[in-house]
Design a protein around this ligand. Structure first.
Ligand code: F6R
Length: 357
């Protein structure tokens, strides 16, 4: 039930800190160590390469999952759009592990890949919000995202929950591999949950940004680099699916290779900067579009922020910034859709679970 909330989407955005804390409980034992089924640990450890298969928002979580696994565990990871992988399979490593990420666990494109993967005898793990779902039943292993039912068509809490579980899986994988990482997923996730809460409390600011930048625009661009690039792709997807504003998320450095031609006087460009090592670069990219008349909005992180940035997110571990940085983007999309009179929870042409190829 959505209770006092006008929409499920807003309720589900607000639930995110709680969901992360819930995940921390579920995946922790009494000694505060990560609790994961042994067979999952073994499968992950045995794999020489991980293939993440997903669609839409879950694909965007997969992009962050790759960063986590490669940086924390040192294991190579490929992320594939399910419908592409299905008909154009890349070369596989000798010992692949397939990870399916799906909120519903019913996405037909993923299922198609899983059927082939099983036929070929490769191990599979589904990360899903619905444990009894098709992808969960048919894969060798399941990790539950414990986000609770997600009713709004636009996925929010399932996305952050998926990334939290991927962070835990990565840290566990690092321990199993004996690699010494100083990334403490459990500790850092609880800091991230607090930061998400701070941002959920700043709704008025996000509503004002939606009003100032997105009320009348035809299109909007999001730019980011490194981890932020993955998050802006998700931010753009959120905005377009519920507000019908044409929105795209670009790698900051790629804009000038063509897309900059679309920048006109007043075009909103939302830049995300949470990664210190590319902060100067992304701000440079923003200057390039401002010089062409863009209306800039900066979402940065405490530590690499400037006085006139529109949103400053609290400091969290560089690997977990996606969980936190997506919150203002979700809220801005929500208010943009609301102001423009769109049906936030049930956007046109979309279904909650896509069970046809
Ligand atoms: C976006 C959205 C879709 C889904 C996609 C995959 O808000 O909801 O892009 O993420 O259809 O769905 P699942 O995760 O159920 O496989």
């Amino acid at each position: 039930e959505k209770g006092t909330y006008a929409h499920y989407m807003l309720k589900e955005i607000d639930e995110q800190p709680l969901v992360i804390r819930n995940i921390l409980q579920k995946y922790q034992d009494e000694a505060n160590e990560i609790k994961l089924p042994n067979d999952i640990r073994t499968s992950f450890h045995a794999a020489d390469r991980v293939y993440i298969i997903a669609a839409g928002t879950s694909y965007h979580a997969g992009l962050v999952g790759k960063e986590l696994m490669e940086k924390v565990v040192g294991k190579p990871v490929e992320v594939h759009i399910a419908s592409e992988f299905l008909y154009n399979q890349p070369l596989l490593s000798p010992n692949p592990l397939f990870i399916f990420i799906s909120q519903s666990g019913e996405t037909a494109d993923c299922r198609g890949v899983l059927v082939n993967v099983k036929e070929a005898g490769h191990p599979s793990l589904t990360i899903t919000n619905v444990p009894g779902s098709t992808l969960s039943r048919e894969a060798d292993h399941t990790l539950h995202t414990y986000a609770g039912p997600e009713i709004a068509v636009a996925s929010t809490k399932a996305y952050t929950a998926q990334m939290a579980v991927l962070a835990i899986l990565a840290m566990d994988g690092a321990h199993a591999a004996g690699s010494d990482t100083d990334f403490d997923a459990l500790h850092e996730l609880s800091i991230a949950a607090n930061a998400m809460e701070t941002l959920c409390d700043a709704k008025d600011d996000m509503e004002q940004i939606a009003r100032d930048y997105l009320f009348e625009t035809r299109n909007a661009f999001f730019i980011g680099r490194s981890f932020d690039y993955h998050v802006v792709q998700e931010g753009a997807l959120k905005l377009k699916e519920i507000s019908y504003i044409q929105a795209e998320g670009f790698a900051g450095g790629e804009l000038k290779h063509g897309t900059i031609a679309l920048i006109e006087e007043g075009t909103p460009v939302i830049a995300l900067s949470t990664q210190e090592n590319v902060d100067l670069n992304i701000r440079g990219n923003l200057q390039e579009v401002v010089a062409r008349g863009a209306n800039p909005c900066v979402v940065s992180m405490d530590g690499c922020h400037r006085a006139d940035d529109q949103v400053v997110i609290p400091l969290v571990h560089a690997y977990l910034t996606p969980l936190v940085a997506v919150v203002p983007l979700q809220l801005i999309s929500y208010y943009a859709a609301l102001h423009r009179g769109c049906d936030v929870d049930k956007p046109r042409n979309l279904a909650k679970s896509v069970t046809v190829e």
